[in-house]
Every structure is written in structure tokens, then in C-alpha cells.
Design a protein around this ligand. Structure first.
Ligand code: HEM
Length: 517
């Protein structure tokens, strides 16, 4: 495709084109011909003919009203006809894989001059590879799906799975053996919880919370019970296809009748020879609209049992409308006398509670890691906005009340980051049994703390952005999405109140009998 040659113009030449039918403006040393676009401009045409805009350098006004990405969209980029002689652009397009230079825009291990006890050169290389892949492949898809509510496309899943994305999201372990991770950047035996922490953060940086759950979170919580408790036959049938992105799986525990109080579940599995006959409903099932398998909590004669159900006769799913995008595939699932081979039982009959509990720490930590990265993105948005937005002739950050909010946002996200990293370090260095017994309480407390901090930051960010935080497009769109959806982090995987309670109950259990003031 032929590229347009850009001419150089002087400021005086541009100034001649300042009327209807002949309108040029300068934004950041680039000359745009808006003559034909003016009538199509979403902000109206009259604002473009105002004094100080038509034929003039409108950089400051432009960045008070638009995100930079507007200029990068192909339909607008082609309005550029030249550059201003002797001037250079100062606001650069984001480079795939680049590190933000905004203070606190990145965790400190990525900031210039800061040291870290946790991350190695391999984590840095891995981070760069993941961020580049996310920028090039996932971000455009995330923005599209968040808006149109469609599930992630198979083409994008295929590209992700070429890098063994689903396998990495399950964390370190023997399921990684023999796989090539991110084109070989990290060897399976090198992959640790800090790699996974990086991955969980990078997928959460688009301000698209519904899509984030649609990015195969069902696999992350639905597959581990199969990996850890499924028979060799079931594993051979299910695991390779799910890791390859050919099939999808969802965790189906919660019901309209019962959530955390698993004993109240009403989905029943009754034995009929070599089959279970399963009847019941499940609600809020992430990725359920497109899942091929359901890791399902059932009431059996003796207690609670987890059974893998394949989509087929008697299984139906319908989307539930929730506050976030239906790209998450949140479903209401109905099982109507579904016949499932007894061999699909995961773990022992009646032992479902330990099957489910075994993955809770990982799930909660995973939600926390993504929640933390979304929170940091909002801090970065606020720092940028408070600097570029002028009120009464001064930047927003010249107001003490705004600086105070920023100070609290930064402190919260840094506190969360440090705690998440400390827990991640423990996960890296503890045996599985130690993790189960020692970390359930701390991870519960960590998750409720991070989500609570996130919701406070969502409130503060809304005040900083004002009306812009209420619109799904434009300057405040990320803040709008975060404010509307940060409650998901506070609820999915265990609500804040329940997790806080869990943490304290663990403390009570471990209090020394002779502790006295
Ligand atoms: C290359 C030049 C320009 C392009 C491509 C452009 C494009 C757009 C787009 C796509 C929107 C919709 C909101 C969004 O998605 O961010 C918008 C809104 C707007 N634009 Fe422009 N614009 C340009 C220049 C200007 C200039 C120079 C002004 C100066 C007054 C202006 C004033 C506005 C206003 C007031 C809005 C409404 C903002 C809001 O609703 O908050 N635009 N423009």
C-alpha cells in the first residue's frame, strides 16, 4: 500500500486555512486537514472553528478533550497532511512491550533504578514478551469484545495457545512439562508464581473487566480439579484439548439457592448403574455460555461430590445479564436428568469439599493479582489526567484536594503490591501442604484488602475524572469500566466479608493457648 508523503508547513501557512470548507489545525507538530471531517466530528463542527483552534496549534485543547488513541485510529490518522517545519512531535504512540514512565504506573521492580528481591532477568524477558503479545494480539480483541459482548474469537485463542497461555495460567507444575512457553523465553522448569503473577497482571491492563473473565478464566478454575482428581482416562480426554484451546471448561458450583454455603446446594447426582443422573441449576457460571465441560458440585447420597459433565443432552446454558460485558460468558446452566459416566467423578464420592477447597488459594490469589494490576492502571490514568487537565488555567494536580486523593491511591496500590509479592514468594517456596494450611487465611485477607482498596480507588478516580468517569467512551472510559466492575473482584472467589472472616477464623485457630496481655 502506498504511504502518503507528508509535507512540511510553516505555522503561518497553516493559519491561512481557518474557515468552513478549508480547515487545518496543528496537534503536536502535526498538521491535520479537517475540512471535510468537521461536519462528522463527534464533538460538533462549531468547536473546531472557534478562535484559537481553526488554523492554530490546538494541542493543549485537544488533549484536554481526547485520548491520544483517537489520533492513532486509522480513520483519523489519515487526516494528517503534514508536519510543522522545525517542530517535533512530543507525544509518542505506545510502543508494544514498553514500560510506562509515569511514576507508579508500573510496579517498582520495573521502574528505573529500583531493586527487587524477587524478580530475575528471566522474569523481565518474560514480562516483555507477554506485554508485547497482549498489546498486539489481545488488546484489540479485548476492546472489541467488551463492547459487542461477544466471546473471545477462536483465532485469538489459537494464537494464545501457541504460547501455551492456558497452561501458564494454571501456574507452575507438571502440566507444563515439555511445553514451549512464550516461544521458549521461559523454560517450564523455570516458570514460577512470579511469572504467573506477571501474566495475571498483563491481562488486566486494558480496562475491560468482562473480557478479562472471558479470557478463559473458566479454564483456570475448572481444569485444576480434573488435573488433580480426574482418572487417567478423563485427563487424557479433557486436559490436552483444554490446554490447546480446542475445548473450554467452566467451574459450576454456585446456585441461586446457595453460594458459599455449599451444604445448601440443590443440584443432585443419583446413581443409576454405571451412570450418575444429574438434575439441577447453576448460576453465575463464568464462561458457561461457551463451555464444553462443567466441573460441577453435586449433592450425592453421601455428602458433596464433584463430577465432570460434558455438554450434551440435558445440558443447556443461557447468558445472564450482569454489570459487566457478556464477553465473560456468564451463564445460567440447567442440568436436566443428564446421564454422566461414573468415571467422570473427580476425587472420591462425598469428598467434593476438599476437591473444591484445593484450588481456592490459587483462584483467590489469581483474582487478586489481576485486580491489583487494574487498580494500578487507574492510578496511572489519574496521574496523567490530573497533569494534562487544566482547570481555571492550572493543571488539576495544582489542587491540594486532588493531590491528597492521588497520594492515597498510590499508597494503597503500593501496599497491595508489596503484600501480593510477599504472598507470591511464600507460594514459590512452600510445599503444597504448607501452602494449604498456612496461606488460606493470609490469601483471604489479602484478597479482601486488595479489592477494598480497588473500590476506594475507583471512588476517588471517579471524583478526579468527574462527568468523564460516567461515560463508556472518551477520556474516562477506563475509570468508568473500573468503577462499574471493581465490585467483581470483591465478590468472585469469595466476598470481602467472608474472606475477612476466614482470615480471622484462621488466626483464632492458631492463637497460642497461653497468649495473655
Ligand atoms: C484530528 C482532529 C480531531 C479528531 C480526529 C477528533 C475526534 C473526536 C472524537 C473521535 C471524539 C469523540 C470522543 C472520543 O472518542 O474521545 C471527539 C469529541 C470531541 N472533540 Fe474532537 N477531534 C479532533 C479535534 C478536535 C479539536 C481541535 C477540538 C477543539 C475544540 C475538538 C473538540 C471536541 C469536543 C468538545 C468533543 C466532545 C468531548 C466530550 O464529549 O467529552 N476536537 N473528537
Amino acid at each position: 500500500m502506498a504511504t502518503k508523503t507528508l509535507k512540511e508547513y510553516t505555522v503561518e501557512e497553516v493559519a491561512q486555512h481557518n474557515k468552513e470548507g478549508d480547515l487545518w489545525i496543528i496537534i503536536d507538530a502535526k498538521v491535520y486537514n479537517l475540512s471535510r471531517f468537521a461536519d462528522l466530528h463527534p464533538g460538533g463542527s462549531n468547536v473546531l472553528f472557534a478562535e484559537g483552534i481553526a488554523g492554530q496549534d490546538s494541542t493543549e485543547t485537544f488533549f484536554g478533550l481526547h485520548r491520544h488513541e483517537v489520533l492513532l485510529r486509522p480513520q483519523y490518522a489519515r487526516l494528517q497532511i503534514g508536519t510543522v517545519a522545525g517542530e517535533e512531535e512530543s507525544i509518542k504512540a505506545p510502543v508494544p512491550g514498553a514500560i510506562s514512565q509515569v511514576p507508579y504506573g508500573e510496579p517498582s521492580w520495573l521502574a528505573d533504578g529500583f531493586k527487587t528481591p524477587y524478580y530475575t532477568d528471566n522474569h523481565r524477558a518474560f514480562h516483555k514478551a507477554i506485554r508485547t503479545l497482549m498489546h498486539n494480539v489481545v488488546q484489540p480483541e479485548a476492546l472489541r469484545c467488551e463492547e459487542n459482548g461477544k466471546r473471545i474469537s477462536q483465532a485469538v485463542v489459537d494464537q494464545l495457545c501457541e504460547n501455551n497461555f492456558v497452561a501458564m495460567r494454571l501456574g507452575p507444575g507438571k502440566h507444563l512439562k515439555g511445553l514451549v512457553l512464550m516461544g521458549g523465553v521461559t523454560k517450564p522448569e523455570e516458570f514460577d508464581y512470579f511469572h504467573e503473577l506477571i501474566l495475571n497482571g498483563e491481562i488486566a491492563r486494558f480496562g475491560t473487566r468482562g473480557f478479562l473473565d472471558g479470557l478463559l478464566n473458566g479454564d483456570v478454575i475448572g481444569l485444576p480439579p480434573v488435573l488433580n482428581y480426574g482418572s487417567p482416562e478423563i485427563q487424557a480426554k479433557v486436559v490436552p484439548d483444554v490446554l490447546a484451546g480446542k475445548k473450554y471448561i467452566a467451574l459450576a458450583i454456585t446456585e441461586a439457592f446457595a453460594g458459599s454455603d455449599v451444604s445448601g446446594l440443590q443440584t443432585t447426582a443419583v446413581r443409576d448403574g454405571d451412570y450418575w443422573v444429574i438434575t439441577g441449576t447453576k448460576k453465575w457460571i463464568t464462561n458457561g455460555t461457551f463451555a464444553d465441560y462443567f466441573t460441577t458440585g453435586c449433592k450425592t447420597k453421601t455428602g458433596f461430590t464433584v463430577i465432570l459433565i460434558e455438554r450434551g443432552e440435558g445440558v443447556s446454558t443461557k447468558p445472564i445479564k450482569t454489570a459487566y460485558s457478556s464477553a465473560a460468558g456468564t451463564a445460567y446452566v440447567t442440568f436436566d436428568k443428564v446421564r454422566v459416566p461414573v468415571g467422570n467423578t473427580l476425587g472420591k464420592v462425598g469428598n467434593g469439599m476438599s476437591v473444591i477447597l484445593s484450588n481456592f488459594n490459587h483462584e483467590r490469589w489469581m483474582i487478586t493479582a489481576s485486580s491489583l494490576a487494574s487498580q494500578r492502571l487507574i492510578v496511572e490514568e489519574c496521574l496523567k489526567w490530573a497533569t494534562q487537565r487544566k482547570v481555571f488555567g492550572k493543571p488539576l494536580n495544582s489542587q491540594a484536594v486532588i493531590r491528597n486523593k492521588l497520594g492515597r491511591m498510590i499508597s494503597r496500590v503500593e501496599a497491595c503490591q508489596n503484600w501480593v509479592e510477599t504472598i507470591t514468594y511464600q507460594m514459590n517456596n512452600m510445599s503444597y501442604n504448607d501452602m494449604s494450611s498456612k496461606l488460606a487465611g493470609p490469601i483471604g485477607l489479602l484478597k479482601q484488602f486488595v479489592s477494598k482498596c480497588g473500590r476506594e480507588t475507583a471512588e476517588d478516580a471517579t471524583m478526579v475524572f468527574g462527568g468523564r468517569a460516567l461515560t463508556t467512551t472518551g477520556m474516562g472510559k477506563l475509570v468508568e469500566n473500573y468503577h462499574r466492575t471493581s465490585g467483581y473482584d470483591a465478590i468472585l472467589g469469595g466476598t470481602e466479608d467472608i474472606l475477612s472472616d476466614l482470615g480471622v477464623r484462621q488466626v483464632m485457630k492458631k492463637m497460642p493457648k497461653d497468649a495473655r496481655l
